[in-house]
Every structure is written in structure tokens, then in C-alpha cells.
Design a binder for this molecule. Structure first.
Ligand code: SF4
Ligand code: SF4
Length: 205
């Protein structure tokens, strides 16, 4: 499939000549040349407009781009994953694409889902945030700041972070005004000790 861009001030010209048939002329701004083609058929494709289902996107905490299409975690390394673990995508909600590409992406999404569903238990990392309930002022800062929507405040009366859901990004720990949140393995003491060790003038033998 070949896409040719055109300048909106110079739209393509299509001429039907009884003797020579269809003739399509378009000025390609990238090549800086005017291209002429004799197509057998001209098919007008309507635009693919994203369905911006904000309630659903908010529910799953999945991001969209400026055009309203869903954004994958990484275009090369995680093309069917979202940054929220365990949620995958395929099809036109991602960007306008052919049916073949949608099917290939759906197969990839199923494969990724099977890597989770085929296991009886999943191990998660130990770098997770924990809350010191006695210092929590229930200010909701962590609830608003967490990019994955993990912290919640319910009947417990203080913020709660479910370790299995936490991605260990540390945003809540840095934002908490009461210093009630600690990122395991990255406590203040550990960070200060590492910094001191980095800049200490160690005697060399
Ligand atoms: S940001 Fe800190 S003080 Fe505020 S609700 Fe969260 S844990 Fe509690
Ligand atoms: S460490 Fe990151 S993912 Fe975990 S609760 Fe805090 S902000 Fe959310």
C-alpha cells in the first residue's frame, strides 16, 4: 500500500477521458514532484473517527493521543500492551489500519493475554509503595497522583496501596505531603546512603 500526501491547497485532480479513461494527478509535497496515474478504479474511503469513550478509558486508566486514539505502552517493545498491566488492545481504536493488520494485532493481543492466563500464579516485583497509616492525613494526593489508579481510601480511614497492583514508579511517595508513603528498597535512608557512598572520598589502596 502506498500513501501519497497532498497539500490541502492543491487537492488531487481526477479526470475521466472517454479515450484514455481515468487520470489522477497529485502534487507530492515530499518528493516535490507532480505524479500522474491512470487508475482502473477510484474508491473514496471515509475517515476513521475514534470513538472517545472517556468513561471506559478512565475506568481502565488507558491513555489516548491528541487525535483520540489509544496509545500503546511502547510502539516497538510493547505494541499491543497498555502501560497498565494485563490490558491489551487491537484494531481501529489504536489507529486507522487494514483488516489484515487488525487481525494480526488481535492475535498478538491474545498471545500476550495467554502469557498471563496460562499461569496459576504471577510473581510481581518487590519495589512497591507502602503506607504508614499513622501518618496519613487522608489528603487524597496519592489517589490523584498515581498514574495507575492504585491508591484508594475507603472504610480503612487511610490510603491503601495494593502491592500486587503497584508499579513501583514512586510518584505517590514523592508527592505525599505527610511522608506517609515509602517505596520499598528506595527508602530515604537507602537513597542517602547510596548518595554518600557515591560521593565519598574513599581511600584507595
Ligand atoms: S498522599 Fe499521603 S497523606 Fe495524602 S492520602 Fe496519600 S498517603 Fe495519605
Ligand atoms: S508507586 Fe506508583 S504505581 Fe505504586 S501506588 Fe505509588 S504512584 Fe501508584
Amino acid at each position: 500500500m502506498v500513501f501519497i500526501r497532498f497539500d490541502e491547497s492543491k487537492p488531487p485532480e481526477l479526470i475521466l477521458d472517454d479515450a484514455q479513461g481515468l487520470s489522477l494527478t497529485v502534487a507530492d509535497p515530499i518528493l516535490g514532484r507532480t505524479l500522474n496515474m491512470q487508475p482502473d478504479l477510484v474508491v473514496l474511503a471515509s475517515a476513521v473517527i475514534p470513538n472517545e469513550n472517556k468513561a471506559l478509558f478512565d475506568l481502565f486508566k488507558v491513555p489516548i493521543n491528541a487525535e483520540g486514539f489509544l496509545v500503546e505502552a511502547h510502539s516497538k517493545l510493547r505494541p499491543v500492551d497498555f502501560s497498565s498491566e494485563g490490558i491489551f488492545m487491537a484494531g481501529l481504536a489504536h489507529y486507522p489500519k487494514s483488516l489484515d493488520e487488525s487481525i494480526a494485532q488481535a492475535q498478538a493481543a491474545v498471545s500476550r493475554a495467554m502469557t498471563i492466563l496460562s499461569k496459576e500464579a504471577i510473581w510481581v516485583g518487590g519495589v512497591v509503595a507502602t503506607v504508614d497509616a499513622s501518618r496519613c492525613a487522608v489528603c487524597l494526593t496519592c489517589v490523584r497522583a498515581c498514574p495507575y489508579g492504585v491508591p484508594h481510601i475507603r472504610e480503612e480511614g487511610h490510603a491503601v496501596i495494593e502491592p500486587a497492583e503497584c508499579h513501583g514508579c514512586g510518584v505517590c511517595a514523592s508527592e505525599c505531603p505527610g511522608k506517609a508513603i515509602t517505596l520499598q528498597h528506595f527508602t530515604d535512608r537507602q537513597i542517602i546512603a547510596k548518595t554518600d557512598a557515591l560521593f565519598c572520598e574513599c581511600a584507595t589502596a
